[in-house]
Design a protein around this ligand. Structure first.
Ligand SMILES: *Cc1c(COP(=O)(O)O)cnc(C)c1O
Length: 386
């Protein structure tokens, strides 16, 4: 039987008709845009993510753009981002005319290196061309960035901190979600993410009441929200009073309906993913250069299970012959991409990112990966002789 890289059908079968029923109920309700499941899902999501507010939106990319818009990020502003990530992390910055500054990663976790961030902020201030405004940290492959260290740096320099948890949503440090440190957590419900829907979707989580209202406004064409109506009378639907230049970035009712069912089982799935990853680590450690490192106290949702191998290309071809799919995230980091290579980098460049891009390779990983299949994957890796 062929092995899936991420097996979404196994999850659907396990949920035994719940998703189909939720979808049909949403279809029959006729409330296709911002219907009751959207609010219900937002409430459940906020509770899960230890947040005061959760706001659904169209995808994980716009989830990043919404807080930047609300904070008035503009030309001349610097937004510090890792380069070893999916392009969306940096993509939203030039949308607003601001400048991404690329930061290197920690070699063991692949997440933003706080020391390099600090050096880049200081170099940016010394140069005086750009105003440091925001840091976007990514929970790469599912594990939390070093939020305590990043938050201390942001506080010292008066910067906002976004946790781009599109991959890592549900990850924790000593039981706390990234929002304990970040001003905003964003996530994506793209199907292949650990908490995915059946199309595109995203969300923004925050404890900031004012920011939550502004994001609600920006996601619906800059409509008037409660704080805009203080001392003002408008006798039509406030969505026809435009306070800001916003956009159309809503989470569909049908996707919210799917997500309610998936969120119910998500905590259990994270436990399974932790167990599957620990088993991979144990069985693979002697066969590869490095298995993933998870600092004590961290929970990862294991969006990817990523190993390092000096002959990655050879290993990938061998795995393919054995019927085992694999993937490389990310072969070209953002600071080397044609669309982004003219943007600034932290001092001394990004040597760790440039070394890791050559050796990382991700193996099949999902909550329904059974031990027999995992044994086949491990045997295929172990049988590779470069
Ligand atoms: C997937 C992803 C996004 C974007 O999410 P979409 O829903 O596809 O727009 C942003 N950041 C990271 C790190 C991602 O992996």
């Amino acid at each position: 039987m062929s092995i899936a890289f991420i097996d979404l059908q196994a999850q659907r079968r396990r949920l035994d008709g719940k998703i189909e029923a939720a979808l049909m109920a949403a279809v029959e309700s006729g409330a296709y845009v911002m219907g009751p499941p959207v609010r219900a899902f937002e409430t459940a999501l906020a509770a899960f993510g230890q947040a005061k507010h959760a706001l659904g939106c169209a995808n994980g990319t716009e989830a990043l753009a919404l807080p930047l818009m609300a904070w008035g990020i503009r030309p001349g502003d610097a937004v510090f981002v890792p380069s070893f990530t999916f392009c969306a992390t940096a993509e939203v910055v030039p949308w607003l005319g601001a400048t991404p500054v690329f930061i290197d990663i920690d070699p063991r976790t692949y997440n933003m290196d706080p020391a390099h961030l600090e050096a880049a902020i200081e170099a940016t201030l010394a140069e005086g061309r750009l105003r440091p405004r925001v840091v976007i940290a990514v929970d790469l492959f599912g594990q939390p960035a070093d939020y305590p260290a990043l938050k201390a740096i942001c506080d010292r320099h008066g910067l906002k901190l976004i946790a781009d948890s599109a991959q890592g949503f549900g990850c924790t440090i000593d039981g706390d979600h990234p929002l304990k440190w970040a001003d905003v957590t964003t996530t994506s419900f793209f199907p292949a993410k650990p908490l995915g829907c059946y199309g595109d979707g995203g969300a923004v989580l925050t404890d900031d009441d004012d920011l939550a209202q502004e994001i609600d406004s920006y996601r619906v064409h800059g409509k008037a929200v409660a704080k805009d109506l203080v001392g003002r009378s408008f006798d039509h639907d406030p969505k026809y009073l435009n306070m800001r230049v916003g956009m159309n970035s809503r989470l569909d009712t049908v996707q919210a309906a799917v997500l309610i069912e998936k969120l119910n089982v998500f905590p259990q799935e994270i436990e399974w993913r932790m167990r599957i990853a620990a088993r991979y680590n144990e069985m693979l450690a002697s066969h590869v250069t490095s298995v993933p490192h998870l600092p004590t106290g961290n929970v990862s949702n294991w969006a990817q299970y990523t190993i390092e191998h000096p002959d990655r290309g050879g290993l990938a071809a061998h795995l393919k012959d054995q019927g085992v799919p694999s993937a490389v995230y990310y072969p070209i980091p953002l600071h080397l991409q044609p669309a982004y290579d003219h943007h600034p980098r932290g001092p001394q460049g990004l040597p760790v990112t440039e070394a890791k891009k050559e050796v990382v390779i991700s193996l099949p990983m999902h909550a329904d990966l059974d031990e027999a299949t995992q044994d086949r994957i491990v045997a295929a890796v172990a049988s590779y002789k470069a």
